[in-house]
Each structure stands twice: as structure tokens, then as C-alpha cells.
Design a protein around this ligand. Structure first.
Ligand code: SAH
Ligand code: ZN
Length: 711
């Protein structure tokens, strides 16, 4: 499974799912955490809910849409089988991690003599068997539903004899994060002949040292400053000094604006991996490489990507480099990032250096690259910063453990916080008693510093409380009180309510309606007309044409001449069961064009908690300005928060122009619905939505689709 997909599942499981089975027979009672109310609710779900969730959200489909990957594996496999035959030998293929069976079916079509396919994820192995039958190759391929490291060779073993060709694709964005090192080592020791051919033959990991203040916002909390750049809250020293987390940040680096980073080094090949068995695989390595600094700057980050050499001669190479380092990029084109293959299952990785150092152009410094069995980390050293140990960075400040990278970047988004602080300054009355509804933000603490008499901050997550307390100490705040719940007595005293509208536990934009839910609960106890920041919230939607993102969801049909419809049905049924129709995506990483004027679908005023549904019904597609036919393959949905009468968008940063690429806010995720089939649209096509918002129960339901003209 790919890193991002896995993180998605993991966060979903952590936040919402503690499944406790009560009955058998297809349906179970599951406890689901409602992120708006924070409470746990019972729900009836399919008994294999977790499994379906995993299938529905895995990046399998996107990986199978990766034509470059498929074709290069096919060609290298073909060469390996031919080579065995030319040497007068049988071609006995082992496919580790067969998934849908794709590579085994290719081997069968290339004339392999025997094929064994193993797959550790049992439901996938079952699906594979059916795909083999559908494609008429079930008699040629033996499926072993096991992890390769549990396989045996011999008369009673999983294979009668050792194989002489290994084909396997067990790589993730970090290359080795799926356990490739032990998979290959074990295979060479127990499952393969000595003079075997391995597809791929080898890999190289590249690193590039950069200064990138934009991405650094995803890593470390900055001091909070107001419009006049006066520091309101200092970040505790231990957070500034923290080495951070070693967990990889996978990013579509090609979408990062070119002016957002400065290259301080060339691309440096840091690790070579010989998969062929000619040399042993190191489970642990540390490599120090000296290089000449190419630009003066602050070394903050290491960008990483890798290349696979598919064949022993090095003729077929697959690169995951971002466009500026990609061998096939067209650097003369307007958008070179569009000239290289797109994939989401492998991205580029961002590693935050444990310590920033300033480096001078033309000076010599050393990059220290470290690797253990599953992960990588990096250090940068000059004369003054030499170390004895290069241990894997671990968070000692709490921020990197309890706050997601996206939320850290949100809190660092100065533009937004300056608007909130300006309004706060205006609203604070003399002797203000402030209620902050969001303890995963710093607005309440800022109010405490900006003259409020007392501030009550609602927070019940221990890790967030720890962070607030560190800020309270660092900034010598005496008038802030953190509580899990507020009492009626407190509510009666409140003169101002504030809520930075981004909760660390919210994934989809409307999960931030926790602000409205809490106000609804407290409304009878609060004084009339207490000012609230923000004043209101709007949700907007528009049809879009994704350049690539739809590939993570659209059915495969045929893949390299192989019928994959059985896999499509499995994904589709899992999607229905796990209800994964709407998902959160950082759309700045996934370009799309606007294919219809954005529509406001609902707004909620916090003063009187009035919910206004925008006129319901069908909305025309307005794309008559640009020539030719256009297709729509999804919808994007985002929140706009009104502060001081002005909008703060967590969607487009400029008003979208129909037909143009949309410029998305980088510090939040938007909701998307990806359509199974893209639709060619004309001026008369319409889309519609249904929305329901229940503030008392803390529920928000939204659906968007085409208007079916016939019905
Ligand atoms: N070979 C397929 C699928 C690749 S995805 C294709 O190229 O399309 C990787 C698959 O390998 C996943 O299904 C994962 O469950 C499986 N896998 C990873 N390591 C494995 C191992 N050591 N033994 C068996 N399966 C493994
Ligand atoms: Zn930390």
C-alpha cells in the first residue's frame, strides 16, 4: 500500500473507528466517532467494513493506471524470459506481491514455463484467482496466499523448485517502506537460484538539499504575529529545537511553485540497491557525502526520489524524479510538470533536516544519509556542526506527534491568522471574558495576550492541552484556563467567542462545523449578541476537470490487454459499503480546471445560528467561453469563513475562472467527489446537490451529481 493511502486509512481509523462487533451475519454495530460532536455513535455497518475501507481507499487503481510502470515491467520481464530461453533454460517465474496478478499474467503471455504468484493480503489473493480465471490463465499460474517470507521450497513446499526469475513491485514513495529489503534478502536466500534475473535489477535513491520556507511551514510552528508584524505568541523553545518526526512527508513536488525553493545542492545519488542478488542487501547504512554548495541559503529540507533500473543492462529506466530532475521532462514547455508521467502511488518524499544550517555558495558541506530496514533520514553537517551519532529523529516537543503536518501548516498560515487577529483586536471589549472553542489553535491564547481579562479554552485532548500549556508557560500567560467542558456559570460571563475554524481532528471541511454545533449547545446560556469570530460560514461547490486525480478512482476495464473488471467490481462494492464517496485532498497538489461557476450551497450565521440553504436545484454548466468539448470528472467543495465581513477561503485563493486552472489554498484540504466516468458536458448540462445540516445533532450531509434529463 502506498504511503499516502495508508496515512489516510490510518487517520480515518484513529479518528473515527473503534469497531466493536455485536452481531455476525454481514452487518455489525460499529462505534463511530462523530468529528463534529466529538461523541461516539453506534452505527450499523458491513462486517468487513475495515477491509472494504482499505480496498476502497488503497492506491491500487492508480498504480494500475500507471502505464509507464506497467509497460516497463512488461518489457523487462519479456527480456528476462527470452534470455533464459536463449540460454537453453526454462523460465521459472516468481511474482512476489502479485496483487491483481498483473505481472504474472504478463509473464504467462511472454511464454514463462512456470509461474508462482504470492500475495500477503488474502482478499487480494482471492480476487487475483478470479482475475486469472477470467483471463484464461488460471492453469498456468499458482497463487500462494502468503507473505513471501513465509514461503517454502521443496516437495511439500509452496514451490517444488527455486525460481530463476523474480518479478516484484513492493516499493513505496520511500522505496523501502513496504519491507522491500527483507523481501529481497529472503527471496535470494530461500526462493531463487543463484544466477537468477530480477525485475527490477536495481534502484538508486537521489537526494537534493534545498531551502524551502513554504514547505518548512508543514514542519515547525512559527511565532504568531499580527498585521504590524508584532509577535503576539512566541513558540516554545523546545518546539523550535525539536528534531521533528522522521515520518516521510509525501508530496507531489512537481506542483510546488518553482520560486518556492532554492536548490542548495545538485541531485546526489545517495543509496544504490542491488536487487539482483550479486551483492548482499544492507539493512542499516549511514553514508556521508561531501558536496559543493550551489547557492547560499538556509538548508532546511532534503527532497528525495528514486529510479528503478528494470533490466541488468540498464536500458529500461523508470524515474520518479520531479520535473526539474526528470530525464524525460520537456524543459522548454510552459508547464514542464505536465510533460512527465503522473502517478500518485509513488510521489516524492520530503525530509525535514533535524537542524537547519546556513550554507555559503561554493563551500563544502556533508550530507549524511541514513537508512534502516524501513525508512530513511538525513543530516547536514559543516565544520561547526559535526556529530557523533545520527539517530533517527524523534519528536520531543509534542507538536510532531499530536498535530498533523497539514494542521501545522494551517497554523503557520500568516495571511489567515493576521485577519483573525485584526478582528480580535477590534472585537475585544474592556474586561473581555473570551471563550475559545478550538484548543487546537492559538486564537484564545492570543486573546489572553491582547488584553482580555480571562480566556477559557475548550480542549479535551491531552496532547493538545500539553501544547497549550507549553505556550502558556513560554509566554507567561496568567489569564487563560483550559477546560474539557464549560459550565453554565462560565458561559454567562462570556463577552466574546472565538474559534479558529480548523480543528485538528477534522478531515473533511464540514467537520469544522463543530464551531456551530458548540454554539448551538451553548446558545441558551450565552448573553445575547455576543460577538463571534468568525461571523459565518459558507460552503461552495463547483464541477471540475481533474488533470490526473480522477485516475485514483476510475475503473480500469482493460489494463495492458488484461481484463480487470473483476477488480473494478470489488473496488466499487467496497466503495459503496465503506461510503467513501467524498474524500479530502490537498488540491494544490492535483491540478484541475474549473468547469462551471462555483455555487454557494449553504450558509450558517453564528450570531443567530441561522442556516440558509441557497436556492436548491439544478445549476447550469457555464463553459461556453472556451472552444471545443469539455469533460467534468469531479466536484470540489470547500468552506469560506467570514471574518470582519471579508471571506477567508479554504478553497480557491482567487475567484475561479471557468475553463482555467484553479489556484488552491495550500494550507487546507478540500473535499472532492470523483466521478466514476467522466462526462462530456455541453452548455445545457446541469448539476445539482442535496444538502442537509442539523446543528443539534452535529450532522452534515452533502451529495452532488448530474441532473438526469430523462427522469
Ligand atoms: N504486482 C502487482 C501489485 C503491486 S502492489 C502490480 O504490480 O500491479 C504490492 C503488493 O505486494 C501488495 O498487494 C502487497 O500486499 C504485496 N506484498 C508486499 N510485500 C509482500 C511480500 N513480501 N509477500 C507477499 N506479498 C507482498
Ligand atoms: Zn516535535
Amino acid at each position: 500500500m502506498r504511503v499516502k493511502a495508508f496515512q489516510r486509512i490510518r487517520s480515518f481509523l484513529l479518528v473515527r473507528l473503534e469497531s466493536i462487533s455485536m452481531t455476525s451475519k454481514m452487518q455489525v454495530f460499529t462505534q463511530k466517532r462523530n468529528p463534529i460532536t466529538g461523541s461516539t455513535e453506534w452505527d450499523v455497518q458491513h462486517e468487513d467494513y475495515d477491509f472494504h475501507q482499505e480496498i476502497a481507499r488503497s492506491a491500487f487503481a492508480d498504480m494500475l493506471h500507471d502505464t509507464e510502470r506497467n509497460k516497463k515491467y512488461h518489457r523487462a520481464l519479456q527480456l528476462a524470459i527470452e534470455k533464459m530461453h536463449e540460454a537453453g533454460k526454462k523460465a521459472n517465474v516468481l511474482d512476489i506481491g502479485t496483487g491483481t496478478g498483473l505481472l504474472s499474467i504478463m509473464a504467462a503471455r511472454c511464454g514463462a514455463d512456470t509461474i508462482t504468484a504470492c500475495e500477503a493480503f488474502k482478499p487480494m489473493a482471492e480476487c487475483c484467482l478470479k482475475i486469472l480465471q477470467r483471463n484464461g490463465v488460471a492453469d498456468k499460474i499458482t497463487v500462494v496466499p502468503k507473505r513471501s517470507t513465509d514461503m517454502t521450497v521443496g516437495e511439500d513446499g509452496d514451490m517444488k523448485e527455486k525460481a530463476n526469475i523474480l518479478v516484484t513491485e513492493v516499493f513505496d514513495t520511500e522505496l523501502i517502506g513496504e519491507g522491500a529489503l527483507s523481501t529481497f534478502s529472503h527471496a535470494h536466500e530461500y526462493l531463487l537460484e543463484e544466477d537468477c534475473i530480477v525485475v527490477p535489477d536495481s534502484a538508486v535513491i537521489y537526494a537534493q538539499v534545498v531551502e524551502c520556507p513554504t514547505l518548512q511551514k508543514w514542519n515547525k510552528l512559527n511565532d504568531l504575529a499580527d498585521e504590524d508584524l508584532e509577535v503576539i505568541l512566541r513558540t516554545p523553545q523546545k518546539m523550535k529545537d525539536c528534531a521533528g518526526s522522521a515520518a516521510v512527508h509525501d508530496v507531489q513536488l512537481s506542483q510546488l511553485p518553482r520560486h518556492a525553493f532554492t536548490e542548495l545542492s545538485d541531485q546526489i545519488p545517495v543509496f544504490y540497491y542491488d536487487w539482483s542478488g550479486r551483492s548482499p542487501i544492507d539493512m542499516k547504512r549511514t553514508v556521508k557525502q561531501e558536496f559543493t554548495v550551489s547557492n547560499t541559503g538556509q538548508a532546511q529540507i532534503v527532497f528525495m526520489w528514486w529510479e528503478l533500473n528494470m533490466d541488468p543492462e540498464g536500458k529500461i529506466c523508470l524515474s520518479c524524479a520531479p520535473w526539474w530532475a526528470h530525464p524525460d521532462a520537456d524543459l522548454s514547455s510552459d508547464r514542464p510538470q505536465d510533460s512527465i508521467p503522473w502517478r500518485d502511488h509513488w510521489m516524492q518524499a520530503v525530509y525535514y533536516l533535524p537542524q537547519e544550517i546556513t550554507v555559503q555558495k561554493d563551500s563544502e558541506v556533508s550530507l549524511v544519509s541514513c537508512q534502516d530496514e524501513y525508512s530513511l533520514w538525513f543530516y547536514l553537517e559543516d565544520e561547526k556542526t559535526k556529530r557523533k551519532h545520527y539517530k533517527r529523529p524523534i519528536c520531543e516537543c509534542g507538536v510532531h506527534m499530536s498535530i498533523s503536518r497539514t494542521h501545522v501548516s494551517y497554523l503557520n498560515d500568516g495571511k489567515r491568522s493576521k485577519k483573525l487577529l485584526a478582528q480580535l483586536k477590534e472585537d475585544l471589549v474592556a474586561d473581555a471574558v473570551v471563550l475559545d472553542l478550538n484548543g487546537s489553535s492559538f486564537l484564545g491564547l492570543a486573546a489572553a495576550k491582547m488584553g482580555a481579562k480571562t480566556v477559557y479554552i475548550i480542549e479535551n485532548m491531552n496532547l493538545n492541552i500539553g501544547i497549550l500549556n507549553d505556550y502558556i508557560k513560554e509566554n507567561d500567560i496568567q489569564n487563560a484556563i483550559v477546560l474539557p467542558e464549560v459550565t453554565d456559570e462560565v458561559l454567562e460571563k462570556i463577552t466574546n467567542v472565538v474559534c479558529d475554524p480548523n480543528f485538528s481532528c477534522a478531515i473533511l471541511p464540514w467537520e469544522n462545523l463543530k464551531v456551530a454545533y458548540l454554539l448551538y449547545r451553548y446558545r441558551s446560556k450565552l448573553k445575547d449578541f455576543v460577538p463571534v469570530i468568525p461571523e459565518s460560514c459558507e460552503f461552495w461547490a463547483m464541477p471540475v476537470e481533474f488533470q490526473d486525480l480522477h485516475k485514483i478512482r476510475i475503473p480500469l476495464g482493460m489494463c495492458e490487454g488484461i481484463d480487470m473488471s473483476i477488480f473494478d467490481s470489488l473496488v466499487e462494492s467496497s466503495r459503496v459499503i465503506s461510503d467513501a464517496e467524498m474524500e479530502a485532498q490537498p488540491l494544490w497538489e492535483y491540478p484541475c480546471r474549473c468547469r462551471g461557476v462555483p455555487r454557494k450551497i449553504i450558509d450558517i450565521h453564528f450570531k443567530d445560528l441561522k442556516v440558509t440553504y441557497a436556492c436548491d436545484g439544478a445549476n447550469p454548466i457555464v463553459d461556453s467561453k472556451s472552444e471545443g468539448s469539455h469533460s467534468v470528472n469531479g466536484f470540489a467543495i470547500w468552506a469560506v469563513w467570514i471574518v470582519g465581513g471579508k471571506p477567508i477561503s479554504s478553497g480557491p485563493v482567487e475567484w475561479p475562472v471557468v475553463g482555467d486552472r484553479v489556484n488552491w489554498d495550500m494550507h487546507t484540504r478540500q473535499a472532492v467527489k470523483i466521478l466514476k466516468t467522466s462526462k462530456i458536458v455541453s452548455d445545457s448540462d446541469k448539476w445539482s446537490y442535496q444538502v442537509a445540516c442539523d446543528l443539534e445533532k452535529g450532522q452534515f450531509n452533502l451529495n452532488l451529481d448530474w441532473v438526469n434529463e430523462e427522469s
